[in-house]
Design a protein around this ligand. Structure first.
Ligand code: BES
Ligand code: ZN
Ligand code: ZN
Length: 496
């Protein structure tokens, strides 16, 4: 969708020419193009445009007029006067995409401004913002009329006077954003169209496309391995469970990072049935699985070199069929620990425990990150802006906090003292799967902690951010694609 253009704004005669302008202390905002600045000055004098962040101005130049630009439309987007950072450019990119889609533009040319800011950061932010902001999910709408819906944007080109390194920045931004959009697609798919088998299918496709290895453990193999968590959760469902394993190897002496994502393709709660209102949202309970597969996609597509990666997605539905697990049942997780299942709705931790213990035993990773829509409690605590982060390793936390910040996906660390684990004591098994209601996000993480041993590990509870995430121009309603870009950034910036 994105390209670097050799054609400058003067010779451009396409659908939409876009400029970005800072809000000046005094006077009118400037784009650096005489006739456009002249028009901006007039509008500014009326008090209608000052270059504030998010403000925009759409102009229709007169054709053939002496000195007038030959583009059909001109858009000026305000950048405000505050500090310039990557998220500001992401937001500008999102604004550009949605305004372009509202008009009838099929393509646009964006002039990268000459600002006192890291050029490559700026280009990456803009390219992420445009791709993320242009995202729509229309697959199940039968009325396919792009003109009526005004969504015709096919291509966006960027023009930079100094184009050194710009093509690469543009590409990296696009790769990250497209991977996040793919994660949004998976999440938008309804439960009847996206089940465990679809995760395996996508994992295999990625392996073929990018030279990775994909292995899928089926139900029989899980039984042999003793994965009582995922098998137990799956008991009430007509579709078998699948455990998708994708390996991206760079070099043997590079560190190995294991990613585990909750791939619960629909969570009814099981026998501990959830209330009906809003239950449809539980098709999103697979967003962790989507995030880790799509992060692998981005890493492989960008051919990042720093770390060997393994992604595991335990995938199943949680339904109350006749053979479903019952409250009080005792299961044996991979590795031999027994768990009393007090609440069948606390299923995420059961499937993750098998995947974590298996992945750690098999791949001996240097560190592990799991991503899961694990608890409603994280929404109570952190709302819809920050992902919950719980970990046994300060260094891994620092890296994740920094990557989340750079990606516009901030995290917040919660404590995980050993005291919390006491809530998980069971009378008849090694552990029970729920504690008290209080501190629910922490006790869920404390449960997972029992299955990672000494391996540096971080858990991302994305229940509040996987959908209904902070409203921004580049974040649509519905699933956000959270954690894909954070994980991509983490791998990109991995050093030592
Ligand atoms: N998938 C849910 C968590 C969830 C809730 C995600 C709301 C997004 C929005 C998870 O499987 C679950 O049901 N957790 C229970 C745990 C409880 C039974 C201890 C919860 O949070 O209520
Ligand atoms: Zn649940
Ligand atoms: Zn769940």
């Amino acid at each position: 969708m994105l390209q670097l253009s050799k054609v400058g704004p003067r010779s451009y005669s396409g659908d939409l020419l876009v400029y970005l302008a800072r809000q000046p202390g005094k006077g009118s905002p400037r784009c650096g193009a005489g006739p456009v600045d002249e028009a901006v000055r007039r509008v500014h004098a009326l008090g209608d445009f000052s270059g504030k962040e998010g403000e925009h101005l759409l102009l229709y130049p007169e054709k053939g007029k002496q000195g007038a630009p030959s583009a059909k439309r001109i858009l000026v987007v305000g950048l405000g006067k505050d500090e310039l950072n990557r998220d500001l450019f992401r937001k500008a990119g999102g604004t550009i995409a949605s305004l372009a889609m509202k008009s009838k533009a099929r393509e646009l040319l964006l002039v990268v401004p000459d600002l006192d800011s890291d050029m490559l950061e700026m280009v990456e932010g803009l390219s992420e913002g445009i791709v993320l902001g242009a995202y729509r999910f229309k697959k199940y709408k039968t009325k396919k009329d792009p003109e009526a819906s005004g969504e015709m944007l096919q291509q966006a080109a960027l023009y930079a006077a100094d184009s050194k390194g710009v093509a690469k920045a543009l590409k990296l931004g696009e790769i990250a954003a497209q991977a996040a959009c793919k994660a949004r697609d998976m999440a938008n798919e309804p439960g009847n169209y996206w089940g465990p088998g679809n995760f395996s299918e996508y994992g295999r496709q990625l392996a073929v496309a990018h030279g990775m290895t994909c292995t899928v453990l089926d139900q029989a193999r899980m039984k042999k391995l003793g994965m009582g968590g995922i098998l137990g959760v799956n008991q009430g469902s007509a579709r078998p469970p699948e455990m998708v394993i994708l390996e991206y190897a760079v070099k043997p002496n590079a560190p190995t990072l294991l990613l585990v994502g909750k791939g619960l393709t629909f969570d009814s709660g099981g026998i501990s049935l959830k209330p009906g209102a809003g239950m449809e949202e539980m098709k999103y309970d697979m967003c962790g699985g989507a995030a880790v597969l799509c992060a692998m996609q981005a890493v492989a597509q960008a051919r990042l070199k720093g770390v060997n990666l393994v992604a595991i997605v335990p995938a199943t539905e949680n339904l109350p069929g006749p053979a479903a697990m019952k409250p009080g049942d005792v299961i044996t997780q991979y590795g031999g620990k027994t768990v009393e299942v007090v609440n069948t709705d606390a299923e995420g931790r059961l499937i993750l425990a098998d995947a974590l213990a298996y992945g750690i035993k098999k791949y001996k990773p240097d560190m592990v990150i799991d991503v899961a829509t694990l608890t409603g409690a994280v929404i109570v605590g952190l709302g819809h802006h920050r992902t919950g982060l719980l970990s046994n390793d300060d260094n891994l936390c620092d890296r994740l906090l920094a990557s989340g910040m750079r990606s516009g996906e901030p995290l917040w660390r919660l404590p995980l003292d050993p005291e919390y684990t006491k809530q998980l004591k069971s009378e008849i098994a090694d552990l029970k799967n729920v504690g008290k209601r209080d501190g629910g996000t922490i006790t869920a993480a404390a449960f997972l902690k029992e299955f990672v041993g000494e391996t540096p590990w971080a858990h991302l509870d994305i229940a509040g951010t996987a959908w209904d995430f902070t409203e921004k121009s580049y974040i649509p309603k519905g699933p956000s694609g959270i954690a894909v870009r954070t994980l991509f950034d983490l791998v990109r910036n991995w050093r030592g």
